[in-house]
Structure formats: structure tokens, C-alpha cells
Design a protein around this ligand. Structure first.
Ligand SMILES: Cc1cc2nc3c(=O)[nH]c(=O)nc-3n(C[C@H](O)[C@H](O)[C@H](O)COP(=O)(O)OP(=O)(O)OC[C@H]3O[C@@H](n4cnc5c(N)ncnc54)[C@H](O)[C@@H]3O)c2cc1C
Length: 398
């Protein structure tokens, strides 16, 4: 199956990007909505597990694409790449939306009584053509085309009338690219919570058209009435990025949120050792654990060679391991690429006081890409999108 072909290495990500670049212009724009199925080639890049864990970065992808196409021709693809950046920035300024999802999912796990309906949906046994195939494809491959994600989520919420948080949880447990921002906010968008009142309704005609006639399900909901919720907190300002003092002796901590530390801490003379966490207890499913765990091991070796420093790998991100690494290196500072809102950020926030008690500081360094784009994610994507060309020009990319 094409979808299961995600080898967890940076070389694979770079090969996939190189192979995709010639098609990143109008071919992508014309074909991106069609889901050719798990065995079809399709027009999309299938870069998401690599981008999600930053084994390859948005900056690199956009740079390579703009070396072969101008911004007009590749505009649609670049816009899609920037959806990820946008969702991360949006959630960063509203962390309570992530907390609300986690709480609501916990409540639904306890309270939702129809376990059979959830099991049927997750096992692809609802009898709904397409939906059952995508549910099985997700479990088998760890990947779904964007349109299939939208159809599945819409049918889950509006036809099967199942709680959206349990659907989002099903995705998190199986996607190789499972991501706090893109997943939570996309499910909220389908449900009519993200753009208040605007829902996404999956229709049989649209599914038939964009699956090349593979599926034309019957009995889908005919309307999608937006879910509602208590108002969310207003956007907070982004914290100022910490001092980029990279000469001070430090342990470099690498997590599965960002597996390309070389482009955050280029030539950092202060790095004395590298500690990589494979985050086995923080990722949601076996697929993502396998993918990101292997990619983290590869990154540990790559970073050790890049900085010419000793490197070690831990499975679990905890205070004891970090304090031990700082002591072994004889330093009181740990630097790490910034962890956006999600499980890793929550864990780092929880363990920071224990580090502080031992006199160890933890500095999270945000990428320039994120610092350039995130502040513009305060409102909807349309306003953000308008800024893309100017922001790319500022970065000398367009
Ligand atoms: C209900 C739902 C849940 C989703 N959950 C996740 C998730 O957990 N993790 C995740 O990475 N993506 C998620 N997405 C977004 C999107 O479906 C995937 O990123 C995309 O399908 C990845 O395939 P690709 O790399 O072939 O995409 P391409 O079309 O080739 O796009 C290139 C890159 O742009 C970014 N991108 C494209 N579309 C989106 C989008 N709609 N939102 C955010 N970034 C995008 C991705 O980084 C992608 O790799 C979700 C979408 C929906 C509708």
C-alpha cells in the first residue's frame, strides 16, 4: 500500500520531497482534492509525518518548491504547507482550546454509553460505503488523504452522531502525523466550532467525484448543524522568544516535536552533549510511536555527528533523566527546540519546577519561521493567507 510507505528517515523525506517538487505547481492544484485510494499515486506529497515531526521543515519544503516554481504556480501547495504553521500559531495563542479538547475527550470516554457504535465506526463496520474503507485504511496505514479525513469526520459527527472528540482521538491513535494542532482544529472546523457556525457536510456526489467513482455512500446526513460550546478565551500574545544565547554550555534536548535541531541551533558552540527523547509515553498510538521513535533514534545519531558531541537516547521525557544529563555534562542549562502546544509542551511545563530546584534552566528556542508566521494567526486563515507572500519575501523566499 502506498500509504504504509513512510520510512522514518530524513533521507526518505528529502527523496520524497525531490520526487514531488516537479508536481508542486498546477498539477498539485488540479489534483489535490482527489483521493486516488491507498494504492493510487494521487497528486499530494505525503510529506505530513515528516513535517509533523520536523524531520524536514516547512522552511525547507517551501525553499525547494520555490526553487522550481514561482509563487503563483505553487501558491496552492505553499498555502497548504502554511495551514500547518497557521494551526500551530492559532493554538499557541489559545492553549485553553487544547486543554478543553483533552478534558472533553476524557468526559466522553467515561460518559458515552454506546461503545458498540464507536467500535463499529473504528473497525469500519457501519455499512457506510467509503467511511468503512477509510476507517480501515487509517488503521492499516496510519495515513489518510485530506479529503478522506474531512469526509470521515463529517460522517462521524453528522451522520453517525458520535462525539467529535472521540473521532479526533481515533485519528490521534492511528495517524503517523497525529498532531495536537492540525487534528484538534480540523475536527473543530468540520464540527462548526472553529469557524463558528460553518460546518463541513460530506455529500455522496462530492465523494463519488473525488474518489474517481470508487464510493457513493447512501444515507448520509443532509444537513450539518454546527455544534456549540462555551466561548473560548481571547487569543493571548505569544511569549517573546528566549535569548538565543547559544554559546553558553548546554545540553541539547531533542524531542519528537522537532527532529531537525541542526537548523535551530546551527553551529552552536555551547552544546556539550545531545539527549534525544523518543517520547514513547507522549505519542498517542503505536504507529506514531514506531515512526517517531525510529526517526528520533536516527536524529540522535545525526545530531551527534553534526555537533561532534556524545549523544544518548531516552524513551521517557522526565525530570530525572534531564537532571542526570545536565549533571553528567557538568552544565546547568538545557536548550531545546520550542515545543508547541501539545503533550510534549505539557510535560516540559510540568517538569520545569523540578529542574529549577536543581538549578537547571530549560530554554526553549523558537524557530524563526514560527516567530515570523505565528503572530499572524490571531484571526482566520483568510487574513493569514493574505500575509504569506510578504512574509515569504521578508525571508527572501519569494
Ligand atoms: C479531520 C482532519 C484531521 C486532521 N488531522 C491531522 C493530523 O493529526 N496531523 C496532520 O499533520 N494533519 C492533519 N490534517 C491535515 C491534513 O489532512 C494532512 O496534513 C494532509 O492530508 C497530509 O497529507 P499530505 O502530506 O499528502 O498533504 P499535501 O496536500 O501534500 O500537503 C503538504 C503539506 O501541507 C500541510 N497540510 C496540507 N493540508 C493541511 C491541512 N488541512 N491542515 C494542516 N496542514 C496541512 C501538511 O504538512 C502536508 O504534509 C487533518 C485534516 C482533517 C480534515
Amino acid at each position: 500500500m502506498v500509504g504504509s510507505n513512510f520510512l522514518p528517515s530524513r533521507a526518505m523525506a528529502l527523496d520524497r520531497l525531490a520526487e514531488f517538487v516537479p508536481a508542486a505547481g498546477l498539477l498539485y492544484e488540479a489534483g489535490r482534492n482527489t483521493d486516488a485510494g491507498p494504492d493510487g499515486r494521487g497528486a499530494v506529497s505525503r510529506l505530513s509525518p515528516y513535517l509533523r515531526h520536523r524531520l524536514i521543515t516547512e522552511h525547507e519544503v517551501v525553499t525547494h518548491v520555490l526553487a522550481s516554481h514561482d509563487l503563483d504556480a505553487a501558491g496552492k501547495f505553499i498555502q497548504e504547507v502554511l495551514w500547518r504553521t497557521y494551526w500551530k500559531g492559532w493554538l499557541e495563542m489559545r492553549p485553553s482550546v487544547w486543554r478543553r479538547f483533552v478534558e472533553e475527550r476524557g468526559r466522553q470516554r467515561d460518559d458515552f454509553r454506546d461503545d458498540r457504535a464507536i467500535a463499529q465506526a473504528e473497525n469500519g463496520q457501519t455499512g457506510i460505503e467509503g467511511f468503512d474503507d477509510w476507517a480501515r485504511e487509517l488503521v492499516a496505514t496510519g495515513y489518510l488523504h485530506n479529503h478522506a479525513r474531512m469526509w470521515l469526520a463529517s460522517i462521524w459527527i453528522f451522520t453517525l452522531r458520535l462525539p467529535w472528540t472521540l473521532g479526533a482521538d481515533f485519528f490521534l491513535r492511528h495517524l503517523l502525523d497525529a498532531d495536537a494542532a492540525s487534528n484538534t482544529l480540523s475536527w473543530r472546523w468540520v464540527a462548526g466550532l472553529q469557524t463558528v457556525g460553518k460546518t463541513y457536510l460530506a455529500t455522496s456526489d462530492n465523494i463519488a467525484r473525488y474518489t474517481n467513482g470508487r464510493f457513493a455512500p447512501k444515507g448520509l446526513a443532509r444537513e450539518a448543524i454546527a455544534l456549540s460550546e462555551a466561548p473560548i478565551e481571547p487569543a493571548r500574545d505569544l511569549a517573546a522568544p528566549p535569548q538565543r544565547d547559544l554559546a553558553q554550555p548546554s545540553v541539547l534536548l531533542v524531542t519528537t516535536e522537532d527532529l531537525h535541531p541542526e537548523s535551530v541551533f546551527e553551529g552552536a558552540s555551547g552544546i556539550v552533549s545531545v539527549l534525544t527523547a523518543s517520547d514513547a509515553d507522549l505519542l498517542w498510538g503505536d504507529g506514531a510511536r514506531g515512526f517517531a521513535g525510529a526517526a528520533a533514534a536516527e536524529t540522535a545519531a545525526r545530531a551527534a555527528a553534526h555537533y561532534d558531541r556524545p549523544a544518548s537516547l531516552i524513551e521517557r521525557l522526565d525530570a530525572e533523566a534531564l537532571i542526570a544529563a545536565a549533571r553528567a555534562a557538568g552544565v546547568q542549562r538545557i536548550v531545546t527546540p520550542y515545543a508547541p502546544v501539545g503533550e510534549v509542551a505539557d510535560r516540559l511545563a510540568r517538569l520545569a519546577p523540578a529542574l529549577a530546584r536543581e538549578g537547571v534552566t530549560l530554554a526553549q528556542v523558537r524557530r524563526e519561521w514560527d516567530s515570523a508566521f505565528w503572530p499572524h494567526a490571531k484571526k482566520g486563515f483568510f487574513a493569514f493567507k493574505e500575509r504569506i507572500p510578504a512574509l515569504l519575501r521578508q525571508k527572501s523566499l519569494a
